[in-house]
Ligand binder design. Structure first.
Ligand SMILES: Cc1ncc(COP(=O)(O)O)c(C=O)c1O
Length: 395
């Protein structure tokens, strides 16, 4: 990379840079409110009041009551807690069936596999070619022993948003709990746990400019849950372990910032994303967008490049200082085809020639310009090296 060129970070769905206000509060709380929030003395009570404030801010972001918010170590733990905690609580009732969409994050999919090894029946609901789960597809899969339905709100690879309220209604009609992994929607679009009509919601601070390694599970009041982490009486006996108070304080500030700026940011980032997307589609032949064109978070676009190996393009872009992703961060470094694009019915080559561009708080027009300047030439060069003909649309 030429040093005079800017670095471009278009991988916000993998993680976001912390907002300056977040960094300030993490440093301040680490220094000044270092007490253990369970201690009865002054230092402990100071830490507890920091946590109370953060809990209110996180609750406000999803229209919840603060008492329903349990702090966790992030989205992965929240998903594990939601599914394992509800499974443990419901197993004695005889319900041992769990349903999730085929395009869930590994935090959900691998937890399903773990429960299957324990004797649970698990079902993956197929999605349509835009990555949406239609209520008609869920309905026949629900059974009398279905305990939990887990459907992500926005998909991390393609950004598609699911009709959660309708899906939740169906789950409830059959007596099942509804969990939503909202890790990729919280902070980007309005998320209202009451309007969605769900029971459990996972969120993660580092996806909305908060610190890494902290998140929350929202548990609707009255929902039967068993703790997964057992130990002390933290988080009202729901999640044991001394809380990471500085990170939680950072998440609280990030939640407050997100709530205040969401409407404006959705428009600003959406415009940048649309300009990037249109620019790529018009300047690079043989490209197509994956996902639902309208039911989509405003920061994400996933684009297939005919006759290009996505991994090669990702590396070529990185050498130019441009950071994007081939899908979920966990699968980068491997040539595993995306399970999301596969579930959408794409042929094998298209699951391996797609790149995700995800924008956010610090994204600028200059960054979009830089990508539009560099990308077409790189694709042309890589296509020159590729002999095997491929097409975007067919197998
Ligand atoms: C949809 C979704 N769920 C869960 C996770 C896991 O969250 P965390 O990185 O906080 O463990 C991610 C992270 O990429 C995600 O995108």
């Amino acid at each position: 990379m030429n040093d005079s060129h800017m670095r471009v970070y278009f991988d916000y769905n993998a993680t976001t840079p912390s907002a300056p206000e977040v960094l300030d509060v993490v440093a301040r709380v680490s220094r000044d409110q270092f007490g253990n929030a369970s201690s009865v003395h002054h230092f402990g009570q100071q830490a507890k009041s920091v946590m109370d404030e953060a809990r209110s801010s996180v609750a406000a972001l999803v229209n919840a009551d603060p008492s329903e918010v349990v702090f966790t170590s992030g989205g992965t733990e929240s998903d594990n807690f939601a599914l394992r905690g509800a499974a443990d609580a419901l197993e004695p009732s005889g319900r041992r069936h769990l349903i999730a969409s085929a395009i869930e994050h590994e935090a959900v999919l691998n937890t399903l596999k773990a429960l299957a090894r324990r004797g649970w029946r698990t079902t993956l609901v197929p999605v349509d070619h835009t990555g949406v789960v239609s209520p008609e597809r869920l309905r026949p899969l629900l059974a009398d022993d279905t305990a939990i339905v887990s459907m992500m709100h926005a998909n991390n690879e393609i950004g598609t948003i699911q009709p959660i309220a309708e899906l939740a209604q169906l789950a409830h009609e059959r007596g099942a709990l509804m969990h939503t992994d909202a890790v990729q929607s919280v902070g980007k679009i309005p998320v209202d746990v009451r309007a969605l009509g769900i029971d459990l919601l996972s969120l993660s601070a580092h996806k909305f400019n908060g610190p890494k390694g902290t998140g929350a599970l929202w548990i609707k009041r009255g929902t039967r849950m068993q703790p997964v982490l057992t130990g002390g009486k933290h988080e009202r006996n729901r999640r044991a372990g001394t809380e990471n108070v500085p990170a939680i304080a950072g998440m609280g500030i990030a939640a407050r910032l997100a709530l205040g700026k969401m409407a404006g940011e959705a428009v600003r980032v959406g415009r940048l994303r649309d300009r990037l997307e249109t620019g790529i589609l018009t300047s690079v032949p043989g490209t197509a967008v994956n996902g639902d064109p309208s039911a989509r978070v405003p920061n994400t676009t996933n684009i297939s490049f005919e006759r290009v190996e996505a991994e090669s393009l990702l590396i070529a872009l990185d050498l130019e200082g441009i950071a994007v992703s081939t899908g979920s961060a966990c699968s980068s470094g491997t040539l595993e085809p995306s399970h999301v694009l596969r579930a959408m019915g794409f042929p094998p080559h298209r699951t391996q020639n797609s790149l995700r561009f995800s924008l956010g708080m610090f994204s600028t027009d200059a960054e979009v310009d830089r990508v539009l300047e560099v990308l077409p030439k790189l694709v042309e060069k890589l296509r020159g090296l590729t002999r095997k003909p491929q097409t975007v649309g067919s197998s």
